[in-house]
Design a protein around this ligand. Structure first.
Ligand code: SF4
Ligand SMILES: [Zn+2]
Length: 264
């Protein structure tokens, strides 16, 4: 798998040896594997983990990641969601669902992206690496397509376009299936937690995942590659500064402030 990741990095020109790379860590197999591989390939990596405050689940993930990073000789920055936003993710999701009708993981996704970008800039990062794999990307394509959100994927692919105010996001596992990553993590005997997030119930993604169960990796790859050809011609729009937080945004108020506004 290390050879495959190296191939993807070279083919899509994802990283430079001089880059300061921040790997967004969830504590799961994907982000742990990509951190390990990039370190072994000699890149300048640090870890960034958001403590979502999901009780025991978060505590175990955080403890294991601290040990993993320390053994690997990698600096780990931890952002406490309660210190950052005043509440844990389950409470935030519940309030946003009641007041704005937004359900599922989209709220968590918006908040995580916002915090990662803000903190990666603080850490002086040139690139943010995430552990998104082929299955995640195939789910994104299908979900966006079924919801009619075709434009949302304009800035997708293994390498996000560089845009002012955003640290460029890179996905070295983009074409590697979840199954293959799980096998790698198990073979390497990574001491990580394989339990699903306790807050992930009833989401559109979970349904899409079930639907994709019988797709082969080859079919998933075809769907994603087909989408990338379409996305090439799409315009991801201009970037401005959010009127509330000053972070980059496509509208007057960024998505995170829009979502968090209902907590105030
Ligand atoms: S599964 Fe959903 S709620 Fe849980 S960490 Fe992921 S995005 Fe957030
Ligand atoms: Zn904002």
């Amino acid at each position: 798998m290390i050879r495959k990741v190296k191939g993807i990095i070279n083919k899509y020109n994802l990283l430079d040896r001089r880059d300061k790379i921040v790997v967004a860590l969830s504590g799961g197999k994907d982000s742990t594997s990509v951190l390990y591989i990039l370190k072994k390939l000699g890149y300048n990596v640090s870890g960034l983990m958001i403590d979502l405050k999901l009780g025991k689940w978060s505590e175990i993930h955080l403890k294991k990641m601290k040990k993993f990073c320390s053994d690997l000789g990698v600096h780990l920055e931890v952002v406490d969601l309660r210190e950052e936003l005043g509440s844990g993710i389950c409470f935030i999701k519940q309030v946003v669902r009641e007041r704005k009708g937004l359900t599922g993981c989209s709220v968590c996704g918006i908040i995580k992206k916002y915090i990662l970008n803000k903190w990666a800039k603080k850490m002086g990062a040139d690139k943010i690496v995430t552990g998104h794999n082929l299955d995640d990307e195939c789910q994104n394509v299908l979900m966006n397509f079924l919801k009619g959100n075709v434009k949302i994927g304009a800035n997708s692919g293994p390498k996000m376009k560089a845009q002012k105010g955003f640290v460029q996001r890179i996905k070295p596992l983009f074409f590697i299936s979840e199954n293959e990553i799980r096998k790698f993590a198990k073979k390497m005997k990574f001491d990580i937690c394989y339990e699903k997030c306790p807050c992930a119930f009833g989401t559109y993604r979970v349904e899409t995942r079930k639907w994709m169960k019988n797709f082969s990796d080859k079919e998933k790859k075809k769907i994603v590659e087909g989408w990338l050809r379409v996305a090439e011609g799409l315009d991801s729009g201009d970037v401005r500064v959010c009127n509330i937080c000053g972070e980059p945004s496509r509208k007057e108020v960024c998505k995170a402030c829009e979502v968090l506004g209902c907590l105030r």
